[in-house]
Design a protein around this ligand. Structure first.
Ligand SMILES: [Zn+2]
Length: 308
């Protein structure tokens, strides 16, 4: 299905059938990323009375118990409820289905290479995403596509999909960088690091606080806070996806919780000039380098084509 929409300055089309997935699949009991040295996500067959929820062990069907920590085990979306005393549900906050968004790539700097600051103080070995870097990368971006901002950090190898961050501390945002982002018309921030803040920040969470405008040390929203904003962490954007404008969609299960695992779809844009839309192009024309028609093997017609 092709969907057309207008911004203030132009008309675009997306192909709803061919999104790019920039989330990390959560492989229960397999390779997965890990933040904070937390327990990995696991799946276990339900065993109750005589019932075994595993067809490989003779059960009538598969029924599994999943145990996971959204903040630590992979791609997840969170809201201000992450740091407030009041429980706020990410499902209530996230109402946008289609988000005009910009994808950009930045290279974090060593602590000594920048005058940007952090609280608690920077340490040798810290890598920071700085204000200058963000400002430069966003120079030519349009505010029409800044409702969502997707930040890919360099280096960008696929080990991000299974990295143990307790052993390889990730980059984080400087205070100045987040003050800059918080001043943009941004509602949804998506990053490939496991946290906006330093992994060990003495529990201060100051960069998260700046984004949601919650005062340092406070667990309460103020009238100036921005609980309408979401943060998505631990995405993975392959190099083949070019920086620029997209429509993004954040899918979460209907959890009543401050965070939920999420799947992120990016839809490449096609500009529409009057008669050009619907002129017989295919999904591949959306410049989706990961576009491989019908290769998932999940659907019956694909399975029939595959040799046993
Ligand atoms: Zn988180």
């Amino acid at each position: 299905m092709k969907l057309q929409f207008s911004s203030a300055s132009a008309r675009y089309e997306i192909d709803a059938a061919h999104p790019i997935d920039i989330s990390i699949p959560l492989n229960f009991n397999g390779e997965q990323p890990n933040h904070f040295g937390a327990e990995p996500a696991v799946a276990q067959a339900l065993e109750m009375g005589g019932f075994i929820g595993d067809t490989r062990r003779g059960g009538s069907c598969n029924v599994e118990i999943y145990r996971f920590i959204p903040h630590c085990n992979g791609t997840h979306t969170e809201c201000a409820g992450h740091i407030t005393g009041e429980r706020i549900s990410v499902g209530e906050v996230l109402r946008d289905c289609f988000i005009p968004a910009t994808l950009m790539t930045v290279r974090p700097l060593e602590a000594a290479q920048t005058s940007d600051t952090y609280q608690p103080a920077k340490q040798a070995g810290d890598k920071l995403i700085t204000r200058d870097t963000l400002e430069t990368a966003l120079q030519n971006s349009s505010s029409e596509f800044l409702e969502g901002l997707i930040i890919r950090t360099l280096p960008n190898d696929a080990s991000k999909k299974s990295r143990r961050y307790a052993e390889t501390p990730p980059p984080f945002f400087s205070l100045e960088a987040m003050r800059f982002l918080a001043g943009l018309p941004l509602k949804h921030l998506l990053v490939d690091v496991p946290s906006l803040d330093r992994m060990f920040d003495e529990g201060q969470m100051n960069v998260h606080r700046i984004f949601w405008n919650i005062p340092p040390g406070s667990r309460a929203l103020t009238v100036e806070s921005r609980p309408d904003r979401t943060v998505t962490e631990m995405i993975y954007v392959p190099d083949a996806i070019t920086d620029g404008q997209y429509v993004a969609s954040i899918h979460i299960p209907p959890f009543i919780a401050d965070a939920a695992p999420s799947k992120i779809s990016l839809f490449p844009l096609r500009s529409c000039f009057k008669s050009h839309c619907h002129s017989g192009w295919s999904g591949a024309e959306y410049r989706n380098p990961l576009f491989k028609p019908k290769d998932s093997g999940i659907f019956p017609e694909e399975r029939r084509k595959k040799p046993e």
